[in-house]
Design a protein around this ligand. Sequence first.
Ligand SMILES: [Fe+2]
Length: 363
Amino acid sequence: MKKNIIILTFLVGLISLALAGSFGKQPKPAIQKGPYLSWDDDPQTTMTVSWETNIPIAGKLAYGPRGKMNYILRNDQAGTLHHLRIKDLKPDTRYYYQLLNLSAPVCSFKTAPKEPRDFKFVIYGDTRTFPEQHKKVIAAVTQYNPEFLIHTGDYIQDGRIWAMWQEFFDASRPFSSFIPLYTVIGNHERTYDNYVKLFALPGNERWYAFDYLNAHFIILNNEEDYQKGSEQYRWFEAEIKRTRPMYKWLFVLQHRQTYSSGKRGSDQDILENLEPLFRKYRPDVVFCGHEHFYERQRRNGVNYIITGGGGAPLYEVNPGDSTFHAESSLHYCQIEVRDSTAKVRMVRVDGSSPDSLVLKAAR
Ligand SMILES: [Fe+2]
């Protein structure tokens, strides 16, 4: 009897120790999102690396040229989301980086060039709701290997739900650790909160502009006031007026359509407020999403391209008199800039390209 009590006590002790051990154990730090890249500063000399972990830990990464990742960048404050901006990089150079204290692979990126050369980038958008469709577009984009991407908004169904963003970051994993992404806010982001937390954005984070060699990009925000006299309108007017004569290429990006042959039709607010500025200052192309199809029109001397085929449920489109090409399919746009010409190609996920546009430089 006494022997049994001793054995029982011993077993209870063992079980208690095991339970205490398992309950007290912290989960191992692991990557939840990313690493993903963005340029919220000079693309020639910086790169911002972002990632999210399952538990709060300090952020630390090693970076450097090939085989020499001997520079360390850190954020000692424990957190789940980190944005670390690498500075003082050389233009047009490939760098390697690795997140430390996590099981993370070595990734790489290339800084923007300083000396003129050809370059290529991608514009796509409306990836919400069907992540499996988004993944097909991402597979095609990744194969094309652009120098950067611009997403025209509506990343997920409801941007207020933090957990839902995982869909977007899982789908974009094939490119996000080695090609930087510029973002445009869409109506499905709903509020700034999560969008601004997740993406490292240039300027005032609401609307912004950036350069890539001789191309200037102006990113508008249709979810905030852009009517005549508003803060955004005044900024945009000054920006397009100042930069149109300075750059060979000027691209404007916004989420909502100016002209559209979809069921929604053209956006009257944009026609009334922004179109007169497009008409006056002639950007090479005004790109948007919001309409889940592709459409190219030319109106009043300006090219308008809707590229909303990133994965969201496709919408019907009935081409109008001003439409060069329209179709409802999963797709993205490739843009190749070569000295004084640029070519925009609409590309389906099977690689076929039913529409393209050749642009001649303004200067
Ligand atoms: Fe939208």
